[in-house]
Design a protein around this ligand. Structure first.
Ligand code: SAM
Length: 619
């Protein structure tokens, strides 16, 4: 039911026409010139991008992604003038299929050769449109986040702070929803003070909607045969939140150096995302080269499949697609695509299919199994190293983290003090010394390698068997860990052998190796990614939740510039990359790939809020 409607399209005098709306996507005379006039100059972008060196990304929002021509023009402008990173957020409810999109980009590249490299990059990265928000990196510094879905719903589940808007629905008479008062209110809420908007339309309804939403507008000469266009500026301050106050977006960290503690897949994912935003982090490795799961010989990149259209279902889908794309793009050969299958009751498989959340052809079910394309095996150590190859690596474990005029990190063995850092991301897996009381429990897992022939693809049914070069990798066991050494056991090897014999239908062969590692698990089994509270202040601020008191609660009291990415459980290889981009957006003030409901779902403070509501904490 959630499948997005495809537009009915025809080419018409050098432009594309939507029969669904009976309107054109861009001007047949010179679409690029019009875009540059109305949206790029209309928002004064050449000057503003050149002046923008605050460290946080310049954020453009757009209503109506369509063919992506405006986005290409913005990239070209940024290439010529931009100084800092650029994050573009756009919404599209009637997306072009990947095939139609590629055809349009080929035409755009012929018509405007200056856009060709960007058009090609857009084709390479354009995702199969499925409902929800998806983010791609177009170049170092530029991310594009596309919300595929109806405009209202998409605006109401995002949390951007835009500097400039391209209001580019079809003509208001044919596409009133895109210009309605509530849509303009949502746009205003997602705009910085003094942020701007530009549009080709001067319809009175559009002017009125902008005005009631808090924009002041003026007409200026239009492009070509059009007499006028509108330029608007947000003059009235708006409440910014789509999230509950206790999950509010933190203010961007002050400009300065960023540290990551933990050099496993979580730390590496934050590093990669920060670098895509022009930030070179310093990474401190704490034990991640030994007992952490990131040092397992290989791990699965397989999705969690949920049988309903929920924030969790969308999150695990998006995480899988983002991870597969990230690993495919890595230098080296750490990722081996090999497809996979999950054992599943047919009626559950039907319910998953009925969500229509997955790209066509990615999942198929037969004989009690769901087959997954794009899955694969990852060598986490090699992948993490490739992801942080440009970061500064301090291979020391961290003894202390303190805040005075910035964050200072003291390494344990050499007692060196590093800093100040304006932001620190904790990516320390199951180790909790630096976040006392973290809602994380370690769980012990063992994987084994056997010498038999590998299966052609991953097979999972609680346990898994997977190809590992010429051999079979199998796992993983689960056991509580109460301290002591992290050790393999022959019992676990036998357990893994039995499970793989069942899954393969044959003995997996001679035993070659075992490895035990700790997973970091959370009470609700979802990961943790985002800003950390000053817990004492949060308990005081939200004491009223205990009695369900309705009041204007203040925005969350965060520790200035402290974030976590942990609690990845057994799905870290899948969830880390997208969460690395989320934590990066929270640090820089940029656009997160996550919708606001998912950001709340993974918020580090959710357990404290839950315990306050249940009366388990006495303020
Ligand atoms: N900016 C685009 C470009 O560069 O090609 C052109 C946008 S076109 C004029 C308007 C777009 O708004 C179409 O792609 C259309 O599918 C989209 N749209 C119209 N109504 C919508 C709605 N209610 N929700 C989301 N998108 C919508």
């Amino acid at each position: 039911m959630t499948k997005l409607p495809a537009p009915e399209l025809v080419t018409d005098q050098g432009t594309l026409r939507s029969l669904t709306f009976d309107d054109i996507y861009y001007s047949p005379d010179d679409g690029l010139a019009e875009t540059e006039y109305v949206f790029i100059s209309g928002n004064d972008l050449p000057r503003r991008l050149a002046d923008h060196d605050s460290g946080r990304p310049f954020v453009i929002g757009e209503l109506g992604f369509g063919t992506g021509l405006n986005v290409l023009a913005a990239c070209k402008c940024h290439e010529a003038f931009g100084r800092g990173p650029l994050n573009i957020w756009t919404v599209e409810g009637f997306p072009l299929s990947r095939t139609a999109f590629a055809e349009v980009q080929a035409q755009i590249a012929i018509r405007w050769p200056g856009l060709k490299p960007w058009a090609e990059r857009l084709v390479d990265t354009y995702p199969e449109p499925v409902p929800g928000q998806t983010q791609v990196v177009l170049s170092r510094g530029i991310t594009l986040t596309i919300a595929f879905g109806p405009v209202r719903e998409s605006l109401n589940t995002t949390d951007i702070e835009a500097d400039a808007w391209f209001l580019d629905g079809f003509a208001p008479s044919r596409n009133p929803e895109m210009w309605s008062e509530d849509v303009m209110h949502a746009v205003a809420r997602l705009t910085r003070k003094a942020g701007t908007a530009a549009t080709f339309s001067v319809a009175s309804g559009v002017r009125a909607a902008l005005e009631t939403a808090g924009f002041s507008w003026r007409k200026s000469p239009g492009f070509g045969r059009k007499k006028h266009m509108l330029r608007a500026e947000l003059t009235a301050a708006k409440s910014k939140q789509n999230r509950a106050p206790w999950y509010a977006r933190p203010a961007a960290a002050p400009q300065g150096k960023v540290a990551i503690i933990g050099a496993g897949i979580a730390g590496a994912s934050v590093a990669r995302a920060l670098e895509s935003q022009g930030v070179q982090p310093v990474i401190f490795g704490v034990g991640s080269r030994d007992e952490a799961a990131s040092s397992n010989p290989a791990g699965l990149v397989m999705p969690r499949l949920d049988a309903g259209d929920t924030p969790a279902a969308r999150f695990y889908r998006d995480a899988f697609l983002y991870a597969a794309a990230t690993y495919r793009a890595l230098e080296g050969r750490s990722f081996t695509p090999c497809d996979g299958s999950l054992a599943m009751e047919p009626d559950r498989a039907d319910r998953i299919e009925a969500t229509r959340l997955w790209p066509d052809g990615l999942l198929s079910s037969a004989d009690g199994k769901v087959h997954v394309r794009q899955a694969g095996m990852l060598e986490p150590r090699a992948a993490a190293d490739a992801m942080m190859s440009n970061a500064i690596l301090v291979e020391e474990s961290v003894g202390a983290l303190e805040h005075d005029s910035g964050w200072f990190i003291t390494t344990r063995d050499d007692d060196q003090r590093h800093g100040p850092f304006s932001a620190v991301a904790l990516a320390t897996g199951a180790a909790q010394e630096l976040w006392p009381g973290a809602p994380i429990a370690p769980s012990l897992g063992q994987v084994d390698v056997f010498a038999g022939d590998p299966p052609p693809s991953i097979i999972t049914d609680g346990h898994y068997v997977a190809p590992y070069g010429e051999h079979v990798l199998t796992g993983a066991t689960y056991a509580r860990f109460d301290g002591g050494t992290v050790a393999t056991s022959p019992d676990n090897t036998e357990h893994n052998r039995d499970a793989s014999t069942q899954l393969l239908g044959r003995d997996p062969g001679r035993h070659l190796a075992s490895r035990a590692s700790l997973r970091a698990t959370t009470p609700d089994r979802h990961p943790i990614a985002g800003p950390l509270y000053d817990e004492a202040e949060a308990i005081t601020a939200y004491a009223g939740l205990r009695t369900g008191l309705k009041q204007d609660y203040p925005s969350a009291p965060y520790q200035n510039g402290l974030y976590a990415l942990t609690g990845l459980g057994s799905r870290g290889l899948v969830t880390a990359p997208i969460l690395g981009a989320h934590v990066t957006a929270e640090i820089t003030g940029g656009v997160s790939p996550l919708t606001s409901d998912v950001a709340a779902m993974v918020h580090p403070g959710r357990f404290l809020i839950r315990d306050l509501k249940r009366g388990k904490i006495n303020p």
